[in-house]
Structure formats: structure tokens, C-alpha cells
Ligand binder design. Structure first.
Ligand code: NAD
Ligand code: ZN
Length: 245
């Protein structure tokens, strides 16, 4: 039996499938990942640029990266991989998507139960008064950075930066899904950003099967992955989906 058919059979036979996605699933929508062959890493070291300490120390420098990334993200559209996951949920095969992405493309593709582990880039937050402003092109284009009209301090995207903690409610929701799942699809993540990267390990310890889709091997591949499907998320998910129906 080919591997796609095998995974499709497993999806049908297991009760609670959860997808855990990373930047790789949005690469085919034109958003570069941080790591991997076409990563943003070479341009900006994310642990330096996307760190809360850097933001507080030098917001103008960090806003250069944010502007660069958000301009792309705001124009991006869901690709086949996002759409297949949404369709799988609609047909009852998939219970939830836990995503590390901040691009909102799973919801745009039609997924309903989406847990955004690192928040999303639709809002900017004032760390002074807590006011939120919806992201707009003119706002993110303000130099050196957009400011809160009241406090005159830089607005921060309402996403989780390195050095910040995951909101408790989000963590709780993710852990509930992970505890319920008996099958996890791990798609397009390098598996190195913690605590998010822990989730597949927790699923595995609780007895879930792990299917991983990635262009390259990750720390999961030789430790917890039961089936590794090497290649682009859109192609592989479409193949699996064809064999499901
Ligand atoms: P990562 O950038 O560390 O790794 C991306 C992974 O995706 C790599 O392992 C790469 O081999 C794989 N990949 C690349 N193209 C692929 C494709 N077409 N199909 C399948 N796999 C593919 O991503 P991460 O593990 O999600 O960690 C990065 C962190 O940065 C995330 O937590 C996220 O918050 C943030 N981020 C988000 C976005 C986004 O919202 N789209 C983009 C970049 C970074
Ligand atoms: Zn303010």
C-alpha cells in the first residue's frame, strides 16, 4: 500500500485527529518561514529581531522586520494545504488545528477550530494603555514605527514574541486538544520553538500516532514520528485527501 493511502486509512480509523502547523504550511502562500532552505533567518535572526527585549530596546529596528513580514502576510491567500485541512474538518475527519502561525490563513481557508498558539497579526497593541488598533497598510507603513496616539509609544503586534509567555487560556485549549488526540499531523514546523514544539511530544506520550509532513527532517522525525512524508504540504495533503474520499 502506498504511504498516502496508508495515512488516509489511519485518518479514517482514528477518532480524534489534530493538525499542528508551522510556518512551512504558509510558504506556498508566499510567506517565508524563519528556518529551512528559504528561511528569513539569513536576513533577520528571529531570536534577535522577534525578541521582546529587542523590541523594547530598539523598536525601530524590530519594526523593519515586522513591516517586511506583515506586508507579505497581509497580501497572502490560503493555499491548497490550508484548504484541504479546512475541508477535512468540514467532513468530520479533523477536530482542530493548532498553529504557530500568525497569518490567519487557516481561518481564511474555512477552518473553524483554530488555536493560534502565537496570536495573530491582525492587531497592534499599546503596551502602555492596552489599546488595540486593527492592522492596516497605512499604519504599518508609519516610520520609524506606528505609535499609540495617546501614549506616544511604539505599538507592538499582538503576537507572542520570543521571551514572552503564551497566554494561559491558549495553552489550556491547546493542551486539551493534544490530550484528546489519538492522531496528530505535524506540518511544516522545524520543531524548535518552545513551548509550542512540546505539543507533538505530549501527544505521543499520551499514545497518539504522529504523521509528519516537511521538506526536511526535524527533531521529531527520528524520535516520535511514525510516518514521515517528505515534500510540500499542499501536494502531500492533496494526495492524502484524494485517498480519503
Ligand atoms: P520554521 O520557520 O522554524 O520552520 C519551517 C519549517 O517548514 C521547516 O522545517 C521547513 O523545512 C518546512 N517547510 C518549508 N516549506 C514547506 C512546505 N512547502 N511544505 C512543508 N514544509 C515546509 O517554522 P516554525 O517551526 O513554525 O517556527 C517559526 C515561528 O515563527 C513560529 O512559531 C511562527 O510563530 C513564526 N512564523 C510564522 C509565520 C507565519 O505566520 N506564516 C512565518 C514565519 C515565522
Ligand atoms: Zn497607549
Amino acid at each position: 500500500m502506498d504511504l498516502y493511502r496508508k495515512v488516509a486509512e489511519l485518518i479514517k480509523s482514528f477518532k480524534y485527529l489534530v493538525a499542528f502547523t508551522g510556518a512551512g504550511i504558509s510558504v506556498e502562500s508566499g510567506i517565508p518561514p524563519f528556518r529551512g532552505s528559504q528561511g528569513l533567518w539569513s536576513k533577520y535572526d528571529p531570536e534577535e529581531f522577534a525578541h521582546i527585549e529587542s523590541f523594547l530596546k530598539n523598536p525601530a529596528k524590530v519594526w523593519k522586520m515586522i513591516r517586511d513580514m506583515f506586508t507579505t502576510v497581509l497580501e497572502a491567500k490560503p493555499n491548497t494545504a490550508h484548504k484541504v485541512l479546512a475541508e477535512m474538518e468540514k467532513r468530520g475527519y479533523l477536530k482542530a488545528v493548532i498553529t504557530q502561525n500568525i497569518d490567519g490563513l487557516h481561518q481564511e481557508a474555512g477552518s473553524k477550530n483554530v488555536i493560534e498558539f502565537h496570536g495573530n497579526c491582525k492587531w497592534l497593541l499599546c503596551l502602555g494603555c492596552g489599546k488595540k488598533e486593527e492592522v492596516r497598510k497605512e499604519l504599518i507603513e508609519k516610520l520609524p514605527y506606528p505609535k499609540c496616539p495617546k501614549c506616544e509609544i511604539p505599538l507592538k503586534p499582538d503576537v507572542v514574541f520570543f521571551g514572552e509567555s503564551i497566554p494561559f487560556s491558549v495553552r489550556k485549549k491547546a493542551e486539551t486538544e493534544v490530550s484528546s488526540c489519538d492522531f496528530m499531523l505535524v506540518i511544516g514546523t522545524s520543531g524548535v520553538v518552545y513551548p509550542a514544539a512540546e505539543l507533538p511530544y505530549i501527544a505521543k506520550i499520551r499514545g497518539a500516532k504522529i504523521v509528519e509532513i516537511n521538506l526536511e527532517e526535524t527533531p521529531y522525525t527520528f524520535s516520535i514520528t511514525d510516518y514521515f512524508l517528505k515534500g510540500k504540504a499542499s501536494k502531500i495533503l492533496s494526495e492524502i485527501f484524494t485517498k480519503l474520499s
